[in-house]
Write a protein that binds this ligand. Structure first.
Ligand code: GLY
Length: 367
């Protein structure tokens, strides 16, 4: 009797053949608009990814795999206690626990892996890569993701730094004047210095019902000289989030999407808005239809504006009170970045030194 695995393999094979139009005279549905490939490797990342893009290019220039390249790149930020938006030192949830999300996509093998609500592992992007490489699954969450990570040799560590713990304590103390926590003014302690990296790159929420809320993330994508494309997104998510909240970063098609025939896109900013509009997938599909990376990012951002109907998420003029950023590269090595609000930057390396470029935008911040 055929096993369930054999059955799944057989039906998947038939499905793939049908989808590819094999054995029929039909043209390939959704054929990519961009097919040439690039002569120069290019890496594009969120603004906090200057080192990530440089690392990604160094790895692919040395003949390394594109996914290994971007993951090695973002590992720098994940391990950096000074980066409060990802991995070690990331800002915690409302219970003071750091919960991390990440996804990876490897274009040449059409592979994807992700983890969500992962606690205690500094480099969730590596765990996401292990999910892709060593399991038949795409997404593992919570305790199961942690047990899997340990089984793959990852160490469990305390991810809360003194800096991020102090910041959480201060946030908790200022949440309500009807609880028993004394505010920093009342205790005479606190006044921790603002996080310099908090919104340097226009990654975060601009304003919300409880003030500006840090929401950093790092996304990094690369195309090598053979046209192989990979991407990764990793984050500690929205600071002070409800425990168990999952953002866009580990959702394939939302915080990251790679189609090796077309290009890659990733996002930072308000994850809920990106999830609702299948953001990164939309950008890649718009590039497939012929749009430049920048125009595709802007169009996907317009969809977010259309979807933002909740008054609590709107400024007085009806525009979103938060920011979302997309970073994209296509098969030709053309790249772009765009945000809802002006002032954002993204990181690029196409050989030589990595640099920041200004993101395109829909609205002037002070407009
Ligand atoms: N974009 C990161 C998050 O919303 O968690």
């Amino acid at each position: 009797m055929a096993s369930r695995r054999d059955f799944l393999k057989a039906t998947a094979g038939a499905g793939a053949a049908a989808a590819a139009g094999l054995g029929t005279a039909r043209p390939l549905l959704g054929a990519p608009a961009v097919l040439r490939g690039t002569a120069t490797p290019v890496s594009v990342a969120s603004g906090n990814g200057l080192e990530a893009v440089a690392t990604a290019i160094r790895v692919v220039d040395g003949g390394g795999d594109t996914l290994e390249a971007v993951v090695e790149g973002v590992n720098i930020a994940e391990r950096d206690p000074g980066d409060s938006s990802v991995g070690y030192g990331g800002l915690p949830n409302l219970d003071g626990v750091v919960q991390l999300d990440s996804s990876v996509m490897h274009g040449p093998s059409r592979g994807a892996g992700a983890v969500a609500c992962l606690e205690g592992i500094k480099t969730p992007s590596r765990v996401a890569m292990d999910v892709m490489r060593y399991t038949d699954h795409v997404l593992l969450v919570g305790k199961g993701a942690q047990r899997f990570a340990v089984s793959m040799g990852h160490d469990i560590e305390d991810l809360l730094t003194e800096r991020s713990r102090r910041r959480w304590i201060e946030w908790r103390a200022t949440m309500s004047d009807r609880d028993d926590y004394l505010t920093p003014e009342e205790t005479g302690h606190g006044n921790s210095e603002p996080f310099e990296d908090e919104d340097d790159y226009g990654l975060g929420i601009l304003d919300s019902h409880d003030g500006v809320r840090p929401q950093g993330t790092i996304n990094c994508n690369v195309i090598d000289r053979n046209g192989a494309i990979s991407g990764v997104t990793t984050t500690s998510g929205l600071a002070w989030k409800v425990p168990g909240r999952v953002g866009d970063s580990p959702i394939v098609g939302a915080g990251l999407y790679v189609d090796n025939d077309v290009g890659a896109c990733g996002s930072t900013g308000r994850g809920e808005a990106v999830i609702k509009t299948c953001g990164s997938h939309s950008v890649v599909e718009l590039m497939r239809a012929g749009m430049s990376p920048t125009d595709a990012c802007l169009e996907a951002l317009r969809r977010i504006v259309t979807f933002t109907v909740e008054p609590r998420l709107q400024r007085d003029d009806g525009r979103p009170s938060f920011n979302v950023n997309y970073y994209a590269v296509n098969k030709n090595g053309d790249y772009g970045g765009a945000a809802i609000w002006s002032g954002a930057r993204f990181a690029v390396c196409d050989g030589g030194d990595s640099r920041h470029e200004d993101s395109a935008y829909l609205f002037e911040r002070n407009g």
